[in-house]
Design a protein around this ligand. Structure first.
Ligand code: G4P
Length: 534
């Protein structure tokens, strides 16, 4: 059978996992890959991660702090569907990076620790998903440990996230008394069997049977069965039934309970992603300046760069642009054009990221992500297409929360520093501003950790020993509105003006108060917290 965009794109499920650190994202990733049949034993993802982490100092930061700052994508095929799991960085300092990765996701899995419910980072990431109304499936993890009351957990989802939870399953007990869960639609009970070692879970748990048989099978005692039945009845009135449209619009979240570590509920989750998560959507775009839409089944190959990643293979100093394909059938060797620069590139060595290793991609379709090695031609937010005329909405930059001045210890290397800072800004690691007066480099970031990652990379990849110092600025705002008004404003505030990496005018304020003050006095100028790139 020939594979065409019309047959292939609808099979794609491109999703990300959002969670607070420690809720079980890594474990769940691993067990999803296991359920999808793309790894054979638990432990491989972590082992691979650790192996990778020891390869560079930058990764050392991740290791020392137990956080993940780089992100990648893993592809696996299961039950007729192609799953692309986008890995999002877990640390809050990298929320901008996470935002960009989520722009490439068509759905998200929200993992909650059953004993903790919604934690601060869950909330932040959820808000990012809400900005784009990404449909969310909720997985309540660690049911094999003492959990909060399940009803209370769902109430928390409803009240803190304003999201309608719709349980697809209901658990019997938790911790030592965790017995399994009931599938509410079918009345099937899925028993949980506690075993010792991780690898045994590869065999899965016992096959489900109707709840009536659970006592006879020794899965539940009569009291547990009665309680589960009573609760299940209550649920019907208490929660809305699962509604696909409401889910796809981002108002409702189906809920599954389980234990990633014990490979319980993971098959059901994978099934739910396959059944409910959307295939890649039609997206708004412009073509040769005219508004249009791009459908994944369209013939022309199109896509956008949502991330540029360095350091995946320190031996090659490569820089890989992650391209989310939005339409067409991409084939290796194909020529694609960058819309905003008109540059053409032959994509001879695209990379697909299978769980086992990196492999050359022969073809890929809407929903897939391919890595394109390049030397600075591709930037975050770029739109690529065969004709070079298709443009997608760019990805935003967010106003940084910390601005610091950066200096290189050896003054002879100042020129070198400029280049290095520019390329890190291109990659989206940090933002770079040049004040109109003087020769300072001001680096902006959302969190302190970004500066550390940056210093580390400047030393290792560029041989630059740098010092970060406090800068006179506290806030940066991009200027928008009428060009003549901006020019007038800039002329009167030259000492507080600068430009960003794209030569965009930026006002560098000494305080939030100052920004408010000038904004009030210049109502025709917009002081923007986000800027769209691409
Ligand atoms: P993260 O990526 O979200 O940060 O979480 P990760 O998967 O690393 O899991 C955090 C901890 O929670 C790990 O324990 C992991 O084994 C444990 N965990 C994950 N899922 C479950 C589950 O379903 N049940 C139970 N009981 N524990 C779970 P750790 O001790 O920090 O790491 P490790 O030494 O076990 O690797």
């Amino acid at each position: 059978m020939s594979n065409t965009p019309a047959t292939e794109a609808p099979r794609r499920r491109t999703f990300a996992i959002i969670s607070h650190p420690d809720a079980g994202k890594t474990t769940l990733t691993e067990h999803l890959l296991l359920a999808g049949g793309s790894i054979r034993a638990a432990g491989q993802v972590r082992a691979r991660g650790e192996n990778r982490r020891t390869r560079s100092d930058w990764m050392k930061i991740e290791k020392e702090r137990g956080i993940s700052v780089s992100s990648s994508v893993m592809t696996f095929e299961h039950d007729g569907k192609v799953f692309n799991l986008l890995d999002t960085p877990g640390h809050e300092d990298f929320s901008e990076d996470t935002y960009r990765t989520l722009t490439a996701a068509d759905a998200a899995i929200m993992v909650l620790d059953a004993a903790k419910g919604i934690e601060p980072q869950t909330l932040k990431l959820f808000e990012v998903c809400r900005l784009r109304d990404i449909p969310i499936i909720t997985f309540i993890n660690k049911m094999d440990r003492e959990a909060e009351d399940s009803l209370a957990l769902l109430d928390e989802v409803a009240s803190k996230l304003q999201l309608d939870p719709s349980p697809l399953y209901w658990p019997a007990g938790s911790g030592n008394r965790f017995r399994g869960m009931l599938e509410l639609k079918t009345g099937l009970f899925y028993p949980f069997t506690r075993r010792e070692s991780g690898s045994e879970y590869d065999q899965g748990h016992e096959a489900p049977a109707l709840l009536d048989q659970a006592v006879a099978k020794g899965w539940l005692d009569q009291a547990e069965l009665d309680e589960l039945r009573d609760t299940a009845e209550l649920l019907e009135g208490g929660f809305k039934a699962f509604d696909t449209i409401s889910f796809l619009e981002g108002h409702m979240t189906p809920v599954i309970f389980g234990s990633a570590l014990r490979h319980y509920g993971v098959n059901q989750l994978l099934q739910a992603i396959g059944d409910f998560a959307p295939a890649p959507k039609t997206v708004a775009a412009s073509k040769a300046g005219t508004d249009t839409t791009v459908d994944p089944t369209d013939k022309e190959v199109t896509g956008f760069v949502f991330k540029v990643q360095a350091n995946m293979d320190p031996n090659h100093r490569d820089r890989i642009a992650m391209l989310k394909l939005t339409s067409g059938k991409f084939q290796r060797g194909m020529k694609l054009k960058v819309q905003n620069t008109g540059k053409q590139l032959s994509v001879n060595a695209p990379i697909m990221f299978f769980a086992s290793d990196r492999e050359l991609a022969e073809d890929a379709f809407g929903g897939d992500v391919i890595g394109i090695p390049n030397h600075g031609v591709l930037r975050v937010g770029d739109s690529l297409s065969e004709s070079g005329t298709v443009r997608f909405q760019g990805l935003p930059n967010f106003a940084p929360e910390i601005l610091q001045r950066v200096r290189v210890k050896d003054p002879l290397k100042a020129k070198h520093l400029k280049k290095a800072l520019e390329s890190l800004a291109e990659e989206g690691v940090t933002q770079l501003f040049r004040p109109s007066i003087g020769s300072d480099f001001i680096v902006g970031a959302v969190g302190q950790l970004q500066f550390e990652v940056m210093a580390d990379r400047l030393a290792n990849e560029y041989g630059l020993d740098v010092i970060f110092e406090p800068s006179p600025y506290a806030e940066a705002r991009w200027l928008g509105g009428d060009a003549a008004k901006i020019e007038d404003f800039a002329g009167k505030h030259r000492s507080a003006m600068g430009t960003d990496i794209d030569e965009f005018p930026v006002f560098l304020g000494k305080s939030a108060w100052e920004i408010g003050y000038v904004a009030e006095r210049y109502p025709d100028v917009k002081f923007l917290r986000t800027k769209e790139r691409g």
